[in-house]
Design a binder for this molecule. Sequence first.
Ligand SMILES: NC(=O)c1ccc[n+]([C@@H]2O[C@H](COP(=O)([O-])OP(=O)(O)OC[C@H]3O[C@@H](n4cnc5c(N)ncnc54)[C@H](O)[C@@H]3O)[C@@H](O)[C@H]2O)c1
Length: 359
Amino acid sequence: MSAPLHILVVGAGAIARYHLHELLVQPGVRMTLADADPARARALAAKLGADFPIVDSLAAGLVLRPDAALICTPPYLHAPMAREVLEAGVHAIVEKPPAGSLAELDALIALAKARGRLLLPIVQVRVTSGSYLLRALADAGLTGRFLHGTVETHWRRDMEYYSAPWRGRYATEIGGPWAGLAIHGLDLVLPHLPAIRSVQAHGATLNHPIEVEDCGAALIRCAGGAWFVYTVTTHAHAEQTTGRLVFEHLEVRYATEPYGYAQMPWTVLCADPEQQKRVDACRARIVEPAVPADHEQAFHRQAQQWCEILRGGDARGHDMASYRPTFELLTAIYAASKTGAAVTLPIATEHPQYQRLAP
Ligand SMILES: NC(=O)c1ccc[n+]([C@@H]2O[C@H](COP(=O)([O-])OP(=O)(O)OC[C@H]3O[C@@H](n4cnc5c(N)ncnc54)[C@H](O)[C@@H]3O)[C@@H](O)[C@H]2O)c1
């Protein structure tokens, strides 16, 4: 029998629907839904065929003493809400981007530690079959040194997308598609690359009447000297997400499917036929947790992982501290884009961008 868990989901919008769909099938979990517009919460509950208690604010939800709060509100509310949750002695799970700056993120990590509460990011691509594959190849010692990479998020967003009241402005969205769309590509590959040393980047707003960038390109240098190229556009005519990671002994590729790209089918190619046999054998040995029909691998496994961690499981490698390198790289990308100069990591606390993610 699973210990009971009460999760307060704050913000009943588009992404909350995915998380609720998965939490509903986790044993022993009950949920309360909070939205400043309770009619939206009621409509979402009806769509999911669920009978959640509904409240109209985070504060009203915290009165019910949940075990954790899952923050799915617009980005500018993430850090203040996470602070309120942690100060109430409740575990916090926070949508991306989790804060408005590295300074805010570090303060939240310190607060969670001081209060003995969990602070978890939302990084669903790290539990997909693509992540399993990259880990298995590395654990088997089959990759060798990282030599080159490209990670491309070529999606299409129209003005209906930007009509959400919080999108399009740095004050409310915190960052444009680097922080909101292409971030998943970084989440996916970053744990499998050497430490990042420096970044050159350019972002621009070319085709939408918005303040945040709508496209960008970054050249990222890793320890050991290899570069990878990281691009995002919201102007694609046929959406595609691609990644190509070239290591000394093999090359991993994913391509074409715009949103499910973190899952199979991925290709692993080796110039040496003997190495290819070893790689294929390694792939054949990978065992992954099953996912029920009608459930998305990424969101399902992530909900399962949250429940395990909230019930006392090991949070190492899944908490906000482990997510910080992604957020630091994102900060460096915006800093480099702003000045046109290369930015070296780590970002010191005195760096002007430490206090603000973007622009
Ligand atoms: N993990 C992912 O793949 C993924 C995908 C899409 C969006 N997101 C993130 O999820 C967050 C929400 O995005 P969305 O598309 O669901 O937005 P949305 O606009 O559809 O929903 C936001 C909800 O928050 C509610 N809200 C606003 N202020 C509130 C407050 N003070 N208290 C309570 N509720 C409040 C709104 O009424 C709305 O229902 C964003 O940060 C976005 O970046 C993540």
